[in-house]
Design a protein around this ligand. Structure first.
Ligand code: FAS
Ligand code: PHB
Length: 389
């Protein structure tokens, strides 16, 4: 088989890149090691920046998001028993859109199928080859046969645990990492959200987040020790702890119900440099991970795709290599700013082992300053809604 761009990974990065390329007449094939339903079974991000919304519409897969996505003009920060609204829209002119990654991925998968895009699921042992030459290729196994895809470029959209970044560990890559001493226990339930916008809560017992997927489906998170397991948390224990971490007026309104999903995600900050090795490009989680506190993971994958698509469009359109040469630098400039923001939100809102009572008071003082300073609120708001591409 031959294609112009071989994409490894059928998550948001691979699907969004594949659709933009197809719409521009650039041939591409997506490989994934698992199947469609497994990918859709992973519950992940929930907040889209305006740039991500625009890219989904540009890809032609934005209709359901337009119809069902919830436009939020603000978020709440809760601390010391109170909560304060940060008016994102008035401070930046931009809202965010609440629309689950699962639904975004489903829309892209459906649109790819409807427009004749090729995706090979259950493709095991996908491996990028000869990406330092003019004739790169990808091999993979399926149905007992090893297949080969000749291509011009390989997009490593295979996430943090994928093969592409692993393949270039001896090519001078630099890995920058910070592991946080806690995780997020997330619960999904078909109950009405406790508030019309998201609430990020700092409490002496630890962080909590009140999020949502629709007016009838809620997503909540609790900071938990890394030694915890989702199975060890009953729904009742989750709801009791959540009530203790959010302001009383909010806790009183909390509607609870049976969980339909419960999982723990570890938190890390990770950036790989560079993101290009010959004709192999690292995109999305394959190149970086942010703690979800800033709602940046999925949105950074979108801006990576924007930069790489522009580069490939320039290569095939004007025969210019300027865009692909600039990809890594452009993407990393935005990645590091979003990584800083995600780190700062995580540091401000979570309980750290060595925080102590003094550390808790410092966090509350910083939050008190932030919510009462227009300049500080605007700085948070412009990072949260997404810095320019
Ligand atoms: P993905 O990991 O989504 O997709 C990679 C794809 O590559 C997968 O389908 C995988 O099967 C495939 N793959 C891997 N190795 C392969 C191989 N060798 N061969 C072929 N295919 C291979 N972000 C937020 O903004 N907010 C959140 O709340 C949030 N929560 C998260 C919770 C968890 C548990 C995780 C892991 C991530 C979370 N994220 C969150 C970040 C997440 O949304 C990512 O940013 C987003 O999935 C990035 O998309 P991709 O880069 O496509 O990577
Ligand atoms: C979510 O709804 O999954 C979500 C929302 C905002 C975040 C992280 C996760 O910062």
């Amino acid at each position: 088989m031959r294609t112009q761009v071989a994409i490894i990974g059928s998550g948001p990065s691979g699907l969004l890149l594949g659709q933009l390329l197809s719409n521009a007449g650039i041939d591409n094939v997506i490989l994934d090691r698992v199947g469609r339903e497994y990918i859709l079974g992973r519950i992940r991000a929930g907040v889209l920046e305006a740039g991500t919304v625009q890219l989904l519409q540009q890809a032609g897969a934005g209709a359901r998001m337009q119809a069902e996505g919830l436009v939020h003009d603000g978020i709440d920060l809760a601390f010391a028993g109170r909560h304060h609204r940060i008016d994102l829209k008035s401070l930046t002119g931009s809202p965010v859109t609440v629309y689950g990654q699962t639904e975004l991925t489903r829309d892209l998968m459906d649109h790819r199928e409807a427009t004749g895009g090729r995706t090979i699921y259950d493709a095991s042992d996908a491996t990028p080859h000869d990406f330092d030459t003019a004739r790169p290729f990808v091999t993979y196994d399926k149905d007992g046969t090893t297949h080969r895809i000749e291509c011009d470029f390989i997009a490593g959209c295979d996430g943090f645990h994928g093969i592409c970044r692993a393949t270039v560990q001896d090519r001078g890559i630099r890995n920058f990492e910070k592991i946080y001493p806690f995780g997020w226990l997330g619960i999904l339930a078909d109950i009405p959200p406790v508030h019309h916008e998201l609430i990020y809560a700092n409490s002496e017992r630890g962080f909590a987040l009140c999020s949502q997927r629709s007016r009838t489906r809620s997503r909540y998170y609790l900071q938990v020790p890394l030694t915890d397991t989702a199975e060890a948390w009953s729904d009742a224990a989750f709801w009791d702890e959540l009530r203790r971490r959010i302001p009383a007026d909010v806790a009183e309104r909390l509607v609870t119900g049976p969980s339909i999903e419960k999982s723990i995600a570890p938190l890390r900050s990770f950036v790989a440099e560079p993101l290009r090795f010959g004709s192999l490009f690292l995109v999305g989680d394959a190149g970086h991970i942010v703690p979800p506190t800033g709602a940046k993971g999925l949105n950074l994958a979108a801006s990576d795709v924007h930069y790489l698509f522009e580069g490939l469009q320039g290569f095939y359109g004007e025969k210019s290599e300027a865009g692909i040469d600039a990809y890594s630098g452009r993407a990393l400039a935005r990645i590091w700013k979003a990584s800083r923001f995600s780190w700062s939100m995580t540091t401000l809102l979570h309980k750290f082992p060595d925080s102590g009572a003094f550390g808790q008071k410092i966090q509350e003082a910083e939050l008190d300053y932030l919510v009462h300073s227009t300049a500080a609120s605007a700085a948070l708001a412009e990072n949260y809604v997404g810095l320019p591409y």
